[in-house]
Design a protein around this ligand. Structure first.
Ligand SMILES: Nc1ncnc2c1ncn2[C@@H]1O[C@H](COP(=O)(O)OP(=O)(O)O)[C@@H](O)[C@H]1O
Ligand SMILES: [Mg+2]
Length: 328
C-alpha cells in the first residue's frame, strides 16, 4: 500500500498510529503524552484486520492520567505489551539508520527486539539478563561502599553467568535465522556480500570472580553479553564506519525485509511492514528492486510525497491530507 501526501500532511502520523495500535508504543518517542493531539485529553487507535481468515480487532487508548490500555477483540489485555505477542510490526524511519551507524547499544536493543519476535518463548531473556546485571551492579556498589559483603554478590554472579549463557545462545540462534535472508535481500538491493556477525561469549562464574576486584572498583559488571555487538558488513567493510549513508539505509531495509520473511515462515502470517520516507532516498534501480520485493512480502505500507515515487502499481493508494485519509 502506498500512502502519499505533502510534507506535514500526516503520513508519519498514520504509520505511528499503526505502530502504536499494534505494538503498544511509538517508534518515535517513549513519551506517551506526545501521542495525544495538542489540546486533547487522550488518543485512541482502533484497527480492524484479519488473521488466518478470522477478524481481529485491536483497540488502544492513551489517557493522560491512566496511561495506555489495549483491547483485543473487545477483551481488555492485562498490559499493552501483550499486543506485541499478537501482531508483529516492523518499521523503517530515517532515524532507524542508528541500527547500523550508531553505537553497540543501539544494535543490541534492535537485535534483542528481533530476538523477542523470532524466538518469543525466550523473548524475556534480554530483560531478565539486564535485571540480573543491574542487581549484581547494585550488590557490587553496596560491597564497595561497605554496606554489604562480597558473598552477597555471589548469587547475582551465578545468575549473570547462567542468564548470560542463555542470552548468547538465543542471540546466536536469532542471528542464524536472520543472516541468510539478510544477505539475500541486501544482494537484491545492490549491497553485495552482506553479513551479520556476532561473536558473543558468555562469562563463566570463574571469569566473573577473577575480575571481581575491577568490578568492585568500577561498580559495574565489566564482562558479559550486555557489552556485545553485532557487526554489519558488506564484503570486508564494516558498514558502521565505512558504509555510505545510502548503504547503511539499504542494510537497515534488508534487516527488516529479512525478518519479515523469517517471521512469515515461522508464524505463517506476514508482519506489518511500515516504511516511512524511504523511496525518495533510493536510486531508480534500487527503488524498483525494493518495490518488487514489497510486492512479495505482503502487508507493507510505504509513504512518499507523490505516487510516482513507487515504480510499480500499489495494491492500494491512499492520500493523506491534514486531518483526513482517503482512497486516491
Ligand atoms: N501531538 C501532536 N498534536 C498535534 N499535531 C501534531 C502532534 N505531533 C505532530 N503534529 C503535527 O502533525 C503534522 C503531521 O506530521 P507528519 O505525520 O510528520 O507529516 P508527514 O509525515 O506527512 O510529513 C505536523 O505538522 C506535526 O507538527
Ligand atoms: Mg513523515
Amino acid at each position: 500500500m502506498l500512502v502519499t501526501g505533502a510534507n506535514g500532511a500526516g503520513k508519519t502520523n498514520l504509520l505511528e498510529a499503526l505502530h502504536v495500535g499494534t505494538q503498544g508504543f511509538s517508534p518515535r518517542t517513549r513519551a506517551d503524552a506526545q501521542l495525544v493531539r495538542l489540546g486533547c485529553e487522550g488518543a485512541r487507535v482502533a484497527l480492524g484486520g484479519e488473521r488466518a481468515g478470522r477478524p481481529v480487532l485491536l483497540e488502544l487508548t492513551v489517557q493522560a492520567q491512566q496511561g495506555k490500555r489495549a483491547k483485543l477483540n473487545g477483551a481488555s489485555l492485562r498490559s499493552v505489551e501483550q499486543l506485541r505477542g499478537e501482531v508483529a510490526t516492523l518499521v523503517f524511519t530515517p532515524d532507524r539508520l542508528a541500527v547500523v551507524k550508531g553505537g553497540p547499544a543501539a544494535r543490541r536493543a534492535y537485535f534483542d527486539r528481533s530476538l523477542a519476535r523470532l524466538l518469543p518463548a525466550r523473548g524475556m531473556l534480554p530483560t531478565d539478563y539486564a535485571a540480573a546485571v543491574g542487581q549484581r551492579n547494585a550488590a557490587l556498589r553496596r560491597a564497595a561502599g561497605g554496606l554489604g559483603n562480597r558473598t552477597a554478590i555471589e548469587p547475582w554472579t551465578r545468575q549473570v553467568a547462567s542468564l548470560g549463557a542463555s542470552l548468547v545462545v538465543a542471540r546466536q540462534e536469532a542471528l542464524g535465522l536472520l543472516a541468510p535472508a539478510f544477505a539475500e535481500r541486501a544482494d537484491e538491493l545492490g549491497l553485495t556480500e552482506a553479513a551479520l556477525d556476532y561473536t558473543g561469549a558468555p562469562p563463566t562464574v570463574e571469569e566473573l570472580d577473577a575480575r571481581l576486584d575491577r568490578d568492585l572498583e568500577r561498580g559495574t559488571t565489566g564482562a558479559g553479553p550486555h557489552l556485545d555487538d553485532v557487526t554489519v558488513s558488506s564484503g570486508a567493510r564494516e558498514l558502521r564506519s565505512f558504509g555510505s549513508q545510502g548503504e547503511q539505509r539499504l542494510a537497515v531495509l534488508s534487516l527488516l525485509l529479512a525478518e519479515a520473511e523469517v517471521l512469515t515462515e515461522l508464524r505463517g502470517v506476514p508482519p506489518l511492514l511500515l516504511l516511512d520516507d524511504v523511496l525518495s532516498e533510493l536510486d531508480a534501480t534500487r527503488r524498483r528492486a525494493l518495490a518488487e520485493r514489497i510486492g512479495v512480502v505482503g502487508q507493507t505500507i510505504v509513504t512518499a510525497t507523490g505516487a510516482d515515487a513507487l515504480p510499480l502499481e500499489p495494491a492500494q493508494l491512499l492520500e493523506v491530507k491534514p486531518g483526513a485519509v482517503s482512497e486516491a
